[in-house]
Write a protein that binds this ligand. Structure first.
Ligand SMILES: CC(C)(COP(=O)(O)OP(=O)(O)OC[C@H]1O[C@@H](n2cnc3c(N)ncnc32)[C@H](O)[C@@H]1OP(=O)(O)O)[C@@H](O)C(=O)NCCC(=O)NCCS
Length: 134
């Protein structure tokens, strides 16, 4: 990605259910450090992204997490998701991550089939607790 991709990423974040302004997205892209990246897929225009980050976790060791993965509605089912996932895995492996995981909402049944087809195993279900700090 480049900082100029912020406007094209906005509708994709909306499709994922996490709307953000172009300025907010630009600031997040500018804030990425060596432990995180956003990789994009494009045809004539940007049609998908994967956000991935590496953490050194006391419990789990050095591992990567997919923070977001979206292919534009009109371009799904043609392999872009699998290609983005493979690129994220390669990026993480090259930086020493021993494993990669993703948390996916229970409502995303087709996405779960997608991850399983791409080698991911369902290892547990959790409740996520959240608290606003504003
Ligand atoms: C999940 C997603 C990234 C897969 O990208 P993709 O380019 O469609 O994936 P591929 O072409 O490599 O693989 C197609 C498979 O993706 C899955 N898929 C999930 N949602 C899909 C959709 N709306 N349309 C087509 N395929 C979808 C299916 O398993 C599909 O296989 P199937 O047609 O046999 O059911 C994409 O569908 C998407 O952006 N979904 C909405 C956002 C989302 O759920 N992201 C994951 C959050 S954890």
């Amino acid at each position: 990605m480049t900082i100029g991709d912020a406007a094209a990423l906005a509708p994709l974040l909306e499709q994922l259910g996490y709307p953000a302004t172009v300025d907010e997205i630009r600031a997040r892209l500018e804030g990425l450090d060596a432990t995180a990246t956003v990789l994009v897929a494009s045809k004539t225009a940007l049609i998908g992204f994967v956000a991935v980050a590496i953490t050194n976790d006391f419990i789990a060791g050095r591992r990567a997490t997919i923070r977001g993965l979206v292919v534009a509605e009109g371009s799904r089912g043609t392999g872009f998701g699998a290609a983005l996932l493979a690129a994220a895995e390669r990026w993480a492996f090259e930086r020493g991550a021993g494993s990669i995981g993703v948390r996916s909402n229970v409502i995303r049944g087709r996405a779960h089939a997608f991850y399983e087809r791409n080698g991911y195993r369902r290892i547990k279900s959790q409740h996520i607790f959240d608290k606003s700090l504003r």
